[in-house]
Ligand binder design. Structure first.
Ligand code: APR
Length: 311
């Protein structure tokens, strides 16, 4: 059987968990790529994961490398290359260093695997996914950013924690940029189909929305050195799985909008269908006046960060 090839560019905190989750789901064979200085680390992680195989019973091959030649024929890239936040930093503070890294990564992916589907996780996400798209010249179907999947998972978790009901039955979405201006759409949140507004007071719902907006920062503060990795990794794996298995899941993702929601030429978190063709469709729906105002704010924030890339 033909196995898909998944390359994780950046084998640090998120990269390591991505490899574990991709293997446990048997999404394909996995290459963990990192810079030469970190080659030993990714080779070690790969070997460690190979030795976990007897317990989990998966047959994915996992290798570590710092040689771009090894990414040839990759079907899906997940990019976490870059530095994470430290306490007191906004995601935007990472732009200078991570943009330089993204230049290097995008050029090499274009050279060695021009047909691949690419999921970007590196922050500031809205600018990094835009940078990858511009530098690589890939089509808009091939490039997507992981943000809304994570922000929505955080929103879902907080709603489940508040009500005590199963997180499995909580359905909701967060749109917009991956920063403090993101837009949790509480109006459409449900638990088992029951509108969340029937189950949580407006005041508590506002608190939950606000906690969602700064949920990444809450973890950065607790860690003191680095940012979240378990939930970000699983969020990206769900996107990769939808592509590999052509599931056509509808996931809030940073997708290139060309008119949808009145947005033009920017990657913004919107409900996105991911299937074997990559980003297959953005699902539009009517926003109310408050949501439109909030979306406008987030678009302006994204435009500002993107402008800093000079691309
Ligand atoms: N090519 C490949 N890998 C690179 C490159 C490059 N040019 N430059 C840096 N890296 C690698 C680092 O060597 C490191 O192993 O990227 C990895 C990043 O791992 P961590 O520092 O552990 O960061 P992580 O927590 O995984 O977060 C990565 O995702 O969520 C975002 O804000 C976060 O931008 C950060 C990224």
């Amino acid at each position: 059987m033909y196995r898909k090839k998944i390359t994780l560019v950046g084998g640090g905190q998120i990269g390591g968990i991505l490899a574990l989750l991709a293997a446990q789901k048997e999404l394909g064979d996995i290459v963990i790529f990192d810079i030469p200085k970190a080659e030993g680390m990714v080779k070690g992680k790969a070997l460690d994961l190979m030795q976990l195989r007897p317990h989990d019973g998966y047959d994915s091959d996992i290798t570590g490398t710092s040689d771009w030649q090894d990414v040839v024929d990759t079907d899906v890239f997940i990019i976490t290359a870059g530095i994470p936040r430290k306490p007191g930093m906004d995601r935007e503070d990472l732009i200078e260093i991570n943009l330089g890294i993204m230049q290097d990564v995008a050029k090499n992916i274009k050279k060695y695997a021009p047909k691949a589907f690419v999921i970007v996780i590196s922050n500031p996400l809205d600018a990094m996914v835009y940078a990858f798209y511009k530098i690589s010249g890939f089509s808009k179907n091939q490039v997507v950013g992981m943000a809304g999947a994570l922000d929505s998972a955080r929103f879902r978790s907080f709603i489940a924690m508040e009500t005590g009901f199963s997180v499995q039955d909580v359905s909701c979405m967060v749109l917009g940029g991956h920063g403090d201006t993101m837009v949790p759409i509480s109006r459409l949140a449900t638990i088992g189909g029951v509108p969340v507004a029937k189950l949580i007071t407006p005041e508590r719902l506002k608190d939950i929305e606000n906690r969602t907006r700064v949920a990444g920062g809450e973890i950065v503060k607790l860690f003191g050195n680095g940012s979240a990795f378990f939930a970000p990794a699983q969020s990206a794996i769900e996107m990769a799985e939808s592509f590999i298995r052509d599931k056509k899941r509808v996931i809030p993702c940073a997708s290139l909008c060309e008119g949808e929601f009145g947005i033009n030429g920017y990657f913004i978190g919107v409900p996105t269908v991911i299937g074997s063709k990559g980003v297959e469709k953005v699902l539009e729906f009517d926003l109310n006046e408050d949501e439109k105002l909030e979306l406008n704010k987030t678009i302006n924030a994204v435009k500002k960060t993107v402008a800093e890339t000079g691309l």
